[in-house]
Design a protein around this ligand. Structure first.
Ligand code: ACO
Length: 330
């Protein structure tokens, strides 16, 4: 008898704030144009959280939807991992706030910070815990209120980002997307390419740090772009090669939703047609850790992944971090 435990995504759900911020509206805020944004990024609009919506509250909506999706009771959840770079507070963790509100009183909870690669990093942890038998049911929540760290006077960054959340239940039982492999990596030599300098222990909030806008994210966009394509290709190849698969064996590529040109470049490197690449960047922009999870949830809810089909997730983010995960529907 084969007693090997298999980790699967058995339920998922997402939450997007109602407020839409269009390119037209951004034209009145900074010197930009709908034409520039669409041709350089593919983004047409993005969602922005209200003052009452937080990383935790968006995450709670997504978590409840994911648990409903697979009919699991919150008391059965053993661990909550929240992937975010915009936590409600530095501490307590957003995981603790979500645990309280969903009533998952048997679960341990922590936050994981790997920027846009956070969801894939969380999958690697969930897979290990479940396959080792340490835990049975894990809730991953990827939630971001990036609008809280965006300078809406900086056209280089403010057009790119949006808010949103997605959650997945990973279990040793039930049907869903088997997590066959996860590959993750980091290059700390590029740490300053994408950074939120202020608010931590190195530059605590002060009158000067606010004046210097250190509480807003800074990005060397062109440099990040170059690394993004290269690193996502490395991570994706590692996952595929460990199962002797090629791009043509994939039903779907679900890439990090940062820029349509990055997505096209990575799809081209694996010989994938446009119809095999799932995109949400046009309507949600870059929602950091939640981007790849929102896109995957959309595919699953639309029942677009058939039994036996392979899906490859791939992401990159500040750190620099990157990751890929090979999933198979069963
Ligand atoms: N509207 C109009 N012009 C603009 C805008 C804007 N919103 N933003 C920049 N420009 C200008 C620049 O000032 C520059 O002008 P200059 O030549 O006079 O200096 C010109 O457009 C070209 O700028 P580039 O930076 O070369 O533009 P590029 O084609 O590289 O596109 C972009 C910029 C969209 C940021 C691209 O580099 C990119 O997508 N990079 C990757 C960013 C990314 O994915 N980051 C997220 C990482 S994930 C995470 O962890 C959060």
């Amino acid at each position: 008898m084969n007693n090997q435990r298999i980790a699967r995504i058995i339920g998922s759900g997402s939450f997007l704030p109602e407020k839409v911020l269009t390119n037209k509206e951004l034209e009145s805020m900074v010197e930009t144009s709908d034409e520039w944004i669409v041709t350089r990024t593919g983004i047409k609009e993005r969602r922005v959280a209200s003052e009452e919506e937080h990383t935790s509250t968006m995450g709670i909506h997504a978590a409840k939807a994911a648990m409903d999706n697979c009919n699991i009771d919150p008391l059965e959840i053993d661990l909550i991992i929240v992937a975010t770079c915009t936590p409600d507070y530095l501490f307590p963790s957003t995981g603790a706030l979500i645990q309280r509100e969903i009533g998952a009183t048997n679960a341990a909870a922590f936050d994981l910070q790997a920027a846009c690669s956070g969801y894939i990093y969380a999958l690697s942890i969930a897979k290990s815990y479940i396959e080792s038998g340490f835990y049975k049911n894990i809730l991953i929540v990827a939630s971001e209120k990036i609008s809280s760290i965006v300078d809406y006077e900086d056209r280089n960054t403010c057009v790119l980002f949006g808010d949103g959340a997605s959650a997945s239940v990973i279990s040793h039982e039930g049907k869903g997307l088997e997590i066959r492999d996860v590959s993750i990596g980091t290059d700390g030599n590029q740490a300053e390419l994408l950074i939120l300098p202020g608010g931590g222990s190195r530059i605590p909030p002060s009158e000067q740090s606010l004046k210097d806008k250190q509480h807003f994210l800074k990005m060397e966009g062109r440099e990040v772009f170059k690394h993004a394509v290269r690193l996502m290709e490395v991570a994706a190849r590692q996952c595929l090669e460990s199962f002797n698969l090629k791009g043509s064996d994939l039903a779907w590529l679900v890439p990090h939703q940062a820029n349509i040109r990055i997505i096209s470049a990575i799809a081209k490197r694996f010989g994938l047609k446009d119809e095999n690449v799932h995109k949400t960047v046009h309507k949600y922009g870059n929602t950091s850790a939640s981007g790849v999870a929102i896109a995957l949830d959309e595919l699953v809810q639309d029942k677009k992944v058939a039994k036996g089909e392979n899906v490859l997730l791939v992401a990159f983010g500040a750190g620099l971090t990157w990751g890929a995960s090979l999933l198979t529907q069963n």
